[in-house]
Write a new protein. Structure first.
Length: 600
């Protein structure tokens, strides 16, 4: 409901600002049909503009950037949704010391806000129900008039006879309602011509549209203002056409004689008191055709409103998108935005420091408890943490710019993948296993096997014996004819020292397949069985014209889509934004900004 109120506020601002040119400029002209379409277009623009979500990247000066940093809020993960929390999160937030224990406390402010929101919903839908009922009763009354009244079929409309002595005349779509016995022959011909023009130009559609909007936005008087102005412009237009085929003075006298004070049930009335503005418009001199150029004056206003309400300004450091020639990245900063929150704040979640050779020197991320805000953040499992970084301290260079061009997988992970490095290295799994060797070497292992052919790791095995059991950690890799990995299997087995029984056993692995262009197309994660049929998850890759990964889609073992990640890049091939899409909507985005070493 808060989102709807915020949308209504933006909608109202658009309606007010777009009405001003009409009120002060266009209303004074005799371009009535142009005014009609301007008013309809203004309503349509106001309805759609706040719903747009186009990102515009702006370069800002250092002073503006420092102000933005100073006044930025760190309110992260404000929206609650049933997102999966993996075991690693539980391990990260579980602490043993009393000083670090976190107790669940009721959020009184949130409860009060929820209560107020519930009352607003009740009031809003009660208003919709009331106004919808009133309009339904009017339509029902109109239907009864059509059903009970005597009808005369004409070529382009149906005349419905009204009872009584009233001289009221109105039309709605293909029906004209009047009592023909109350009019002279001239008056009858005039009112029928008038209402036929309304029918021919579908003015009833305008009325129906505005009535529906007045029901949905019953609390907003601006739609009533637009409705009244729209009906006036339609009447001026019809008067202009009909009076042009007869004496203007005689037509004006007919308006005065047939003017009634009773509003029509629905539709356009031939003459409804007051009619002085219509008579004034009848005798107004036609506006010069050149004055139609005045409508172009609204274009700057439309552009401003579009930027304000349809575009999210992604202000980046000036260095981030300038000339990359001769510059080497010194640091990458990652900013998180919860796109499902009412207020979308960008908050830094980490930064990666590179040396001048493109090798990762350090990764710093916000500590777990700094990211907590009134409970566990549901998106936290998607980001690297202190535990992940410990295993990534040895990040050697695979080739030039490898980590820079895969920075999105250094910061963001998928909680369903037990080993997130599999997604980072993908086609460089041999390097990944080789880097892990140094990690195992730093631990106490009694035996090691390391098989490598043609610079590709084929098999590794590490054994460690303790007082009661022996642990074995092994990795097997297979490759295709192009030297790309197609299979990786990991086994962890623990047996007693006598070898009589198995204490524990785990087996996980990935299978990779490639398309005709030798691009990685799928990465399947399996566990428990050495078979693709036991796949737990499958990731499909899509590429842009520069062979960069533009989208990954995660499917569960039953083939159901779980979520997607989409990626945008700059001219240097570095990722600038990562977008997570879940259940068809954007859940969050991560923006990457780049700092550089001074150009040589």
């Amino acid at each position: 409901m808060i989102d709807f109120l915020f949308y209504s506020l933006q909608l109202s601002v658009c309606l007010v600002l777009l009405y001003l040119p009409y009120h002060f400029i266009f209303k004074k002209t005799t371009f009535y049909e142009w005014n009609r379409f301007y008013l309809l277009g203004a309503v349509l623009f106001a309805l759609l503009a706040p719903l747009g979500d186009f990102q515009v990247r702006l370069s800002v000066s250092e002073d503006v950037q420092s102000l933005r940093t100073t006044f930025s809020e760190s309110n992260i993960f404000t929206e609650k949704e049933g997102e999966f929390l993996d075991k690693s999160l539980s391990e990260q937030v579980s602490v043993t010391s009393p000083e670090q224990s976190i107790s669940a406390k009721p959020n009184i402010k949130t409860d009060i806000a929820n209560t107020d929101t519930n009352w607003l919903l009740v009031v809003y839908f009660a208003g919709i129900g009331l106004f919808a009922l009133l309009y339904f009763l009017r339509l029902l009354k109109l239907f009864l008039l059509i059903k009970k009244g005597k009808q005369y079929q004409h070529q382009n409309f149906t005349e419905v006879q009204l009872s009584g002595e009233s001289k009221q005349v109105f039309s709605f779509f293909g029906f004209i309602f009047l009592n023909r016995t109350q009019f002279t022959e001239y008056e009858l011909a005039t009112v029928l011509k008038h209402e036929q023009v309304h029918i021919r130009y579908w003015h009833s559609v305008d009325i129906l549209l505005m009535e529906i909007l007045q029901i949905v936005f019953w609390f907003n008087p601006l739609f009533r203002l637009y409705n009244k102005s729209l009906q006036n412009e339609n009447e001026y237009f019809v008067d202009q056409l009909v009076a042009g085929k007869q004496s203007t003075s005689t037509y004006a006298e007919t308006l005065l004689q047939l003017a009634v004070s009773k509003r029509p049930i629905v539709g356009q009335a031939f003459a409804y008191i007051p009619v002085k503005h219509r008579i004034f418009k009848l005798f107004q001199s036609p506006s010069p055709t050149m004055e139609k150029s005045k409508y172009l004056s609204v274009l700057p206003l439309l552009s401003l409103l579009f930027i304000c309400f349809s575009c999210s300004l992604d202000m980046l450091d000036k260095e981030a998108f300038n000339d990359f020639t001769g510059k080497k990245v010194s640091m990458v900063k990652a900013y998180y935005t919860n796109q499902r929150a009412t207020v979308k704040n960008k908050t830094m979640i980490g930064e990666i420091v590179f040396d001048e050779n493109g090798i990762v020197e350090d990764i710093e991320v916000m500590h777990t408890f700094q990211m907590l805000d009134n409970g566990l953040p549901h998106y936290f499992p998607y980001f690297v943490n202190v535990k992940d970084i410990r295993s990534r301290k040895i990040l050697k260079s695979v080739d030039d710019d490898f980590y820079l061009k895969n920075v999105q997988w250094l910061v963001v992970k998928d909680p369903e993948l037990r080993n997130s490095d599999v997604l980072l290295y993908r086609e460089e799994l041999s390097k990944m296993v080789e880097f892990e060797r140094e990690i195992y070497t730093n631990r106490t292992y009694d035996a090691e096997s390391f098989v490598k052919e043609n610079e590709l790791v084929k098999f590794t095995k590490y054994e460690r014996v303790n007082e009661t059991s022996k642990e074995t950690f092994s990795t097997t890799l297979n490759y295709n004819e192009h030297g790309k990995p197609v299979y990786l299997k990991r086994e962890e087995i623990e047996v007693d020292n006598d070898g009589r029984f198995q204490v524990d056993s785990q087996m996980t692995g990935v299978q990779l397949s490639y398309n005709q262009a030798e691009q990685l197309s799928t990465l399947a994660v399996f566990s428990g069985k050495d078979s693709p049929d036991s796949s737990l998850y499958k990731i499909e890759f899509q590429y842009n014209e520069l062979d960069q990964v533009k989208e990954t889609a995660l499917y569960n073992g039953e083939g159901m889509l779980v979520r997607k990640f989409q990626f945008a890049y700059n001219e240097a091939g570095y990722c600038t934004q990562e977008t997570m899409i879940r259940k068809g909507t954007v859940a969050f985005t991560v923006d990457f900004e780049y700092d550089f070493y001074p150009a040589e």
